[in-house]
Design a protein around this ligand. Structure first.
Ligand code: FES
Length: 155
């Protein structure tokens, strides 16, 4: 396999695990680039796989699409992150990871507690969330840490 060989959307989708629709979305959002062949079909450089791995990792850390874009925009000429880039960028993720770890620990330890989701299905809900007062605070499970209530990044 030649690293300079251009890849089709299907090949990138298969190798990266992203749906073709997600690749089109990320291209439209300017996070990845594709060339067009003479037939107008998308062709990707193989290095797009590294950018996609970065996007997946960043979204799993909890970065929003805008935050991911800002990180990728810091790279000269929108190039693929090098090892040094990766280390610089992920240094900023430590705080996010710490926040997520704390939130997940709280979720794990509170699985039998009322999470303020509006279901009112547990005995404790009558005490913790009478008449679903949590709905006044926020949508979703209002008693969970905010980091666990963000909508997922599209993949
Ligand atoms: S667990 Fe859903 S409202 Fe209490």
């Amino acid at each position: 396999m030649d690293k300079h060989e251009l890849m089709t959307v299907g090949a990138v989708a298969e190798r990266s695990g992203f749906a073709a629709s997600a690749l089109r979305f990320y291209e439209a959002e300017g996070l990845i680039r594709a060339e067009r062949n003479s037939g107008g079909q998308r062709r990707f450089e193989r290095s797009v796989l590294r950018r996609l791995a970065f996007i997946r990792a960043a979204s799993n850390v909890g970065l929003t699409l805008d935050e991911i874009r800002r990180e990728l925009d810091q790279l000269p000429d929108s190039r693929t992150p090098t090892k040094a880039d990766w280390q610089r960028i992920t240094k900023h993720w430590r705080g996010r990871l710490d926040e997520q770890i704390l939130a997940l620990e709280k979720l794990r330890d509170g699985l039998e507690s009322c999470i303020g989701c509006g279901c009112l299905s547990l005995q404790r809900c009558a005490i913790s969330n009478p008449q679903d007062v949590a709905a006044d605070d926020d949508t979703g499970a209002a008693y969970l840490p905010r980091v666990l209530r963000k909508p997922p990044v599209r993949r």
